[in-house]
Ligand binder design. Structure first.
Ligand SMILES: Cc1cc2nc3c(=O)[nH]c(=O)nc-3n(C[C@H](O)[C@H](O)[C@H](O)COP(=O)(O)OP(=O)(O)OC[C@H]3O[C@@H](n4cnc5c(N)ncnc54)[C@H](O)[C@@H]3O)c2cc1C
Length: 326
């Protein structure tokens, strides 16, 4: 295949990290190809545009003093990337060969793509329980979320009872954060103990504003336009009861979207996130960069993902220049 058929840079993923990388790469005349992903619902919902497609009001992204709807914001990111010449492939990358250059990417639709460099920005999917009403109310702004830092401060949750599902450190962190706003926090825990560290547990256990619901799972989320209650089930007796709440926050982990990297030598950490070299955007494979939640289990915010997308495009452009690709 001739050199002209080799992309200078392919960006995989179309969340804040991918689109920001695309804006920078396009403005640097690299004519990036962005493989935006296809809608999926199993095991968790994933849409082109990323995790912000599953939320309504975004209040913490700078530049939008009145807030903006997540899907509208991602449409604006996309338009900005397209304005500077980003090309789009409506597909998933299903397989990568990084063993030799140019790299080869197999897509769910269409011919394989060859690339001098690649930016991985496929994010990490929040885990949901998988209930129909849970996702319906999450996507309609009905009081269900998978991100307390993102949504906890919204007016709907202020001085209201809310519930958090999960028993690990991140659930404790989310609950501690929500205590700033909520009148009461109900922790829904499947077992009789927490997986969280003792330090994290100490923040919540014994707090009069916190109730632990041990051996309990959420069987359904009740409410038409807004959440009104949870249908809880005792896992031992199968007894069911209603718990009135105005918010439900899922804190049952994230799954980094790295399946398409199976069979490559891209180094992942113990949780499955892409390892970055020296805290910049380089992976262990020369010419392969990563940005956003796929490489960040710590912050997981749109603004940090966008910042990492910018860094990856700048690092990538500089590396391409050393390879004589402009
Ligand atoms: C309910 C909820 C509400 C949130 N609210 C806020 C908020 O208010 N403010 C905030 O700052 N953050 C918020 N966040 C967090 C924020 O959404 C993420 O931090 C951010 O979207 C991460 O961006 P990203 O580009 O790394 O990945 P993502 O946004 O996850 O985007 C990943 C992209 O990769 C694509 N993709 C996946 N696999 C493939 C593949 N194999 N091939 C091609 N494409 C693929 C997907 O389709 C998607 O387009 C929220 C998260 C959730 C779950």
């Amino acid at each position: 295949m001739s050199e002209s058929n080799v992309e200078k840079v392919v960006i995989i993923g179309s969340g804040p990290a991918g689109w920001t990388a695309a804006i920078y790469a396009a403005r640097a005349n690299l004519a990036p190809l962005c493989v935006v992903g296809v809608p999926r619902s199993d095991p968790a919902p994933v849409l082109p545009g990323g995790q912000l497609m599953l939320t309504t009001e975004v209040e913490n992204y700078p530049g939008f003093p009145d807030g903006i709807q997540g899907p509208e914001m991602m449409q604006k990111f996309r338009e900005q990337a397209e304005r500077f010449g980003t090309r789009i492939s409506e597909a998933d990358v299903v397989k990568c060969d990084f063993s030799k250059r140019p790299f080869k990417l197999e897509l769910s639709e269409g011919a394989p793509v060859l690339a001098h460099s690649v930016i991985l920005s496929t994010g990490a999917t929040a885990n949901w329980i998988g209930l129909k009403n849970e996702l319906r109310l999450a996507m309609s702004g009905g009081g269900v979320s998978a991100c307390a830092v993102c949504d906890g401060a919204l007016p709907a949750y202020r001085n209201q009872p809310i519930a958090v599902v999960g028993g690990g450190d991140s659930a404790m962190e989310e609950a501690s954060y929500l205590l700033k706003f909520a009148s009461h926090v109900h922790m829904i825990i499947r077992r009789d103990s927490l997986r969280a560290s003792k330090v994290m547990q100490a923040r919540l256990l014994g707090n009069p504003k916190v109730t632990m619901h041990w051996f309990t799972v959420v069987a359904d989320v009740l409410g038409e336009e807004k959440i009104e209650a949870l249908l809880l089930e005792d896992v031992r007796t199968k007894e069911r009861r209603n718990l009135p709440v105005k918010g439900l926050f899922l804190a049952i982990g994230h799954s980094p979207a790295t399946k398409f990297l199976q069979g490559t030598n891209v180094e992942l950490d113990e949780k499955g996130y892409v390892k970055l070299h020296n805290r910049d955007s380089r992976t262990n494979i020369e010419g392969v960069f990563a940005a956003g939640d796929i490489a960040d289990a710590h912050y997981r915010q749109a603004i940090t993902a966008a910042g990492m997308g910018c860094a990856a495009a700048l690092d990538c452009e500089r590396w391409l220049a050393t390879q004589g690709v402009h």
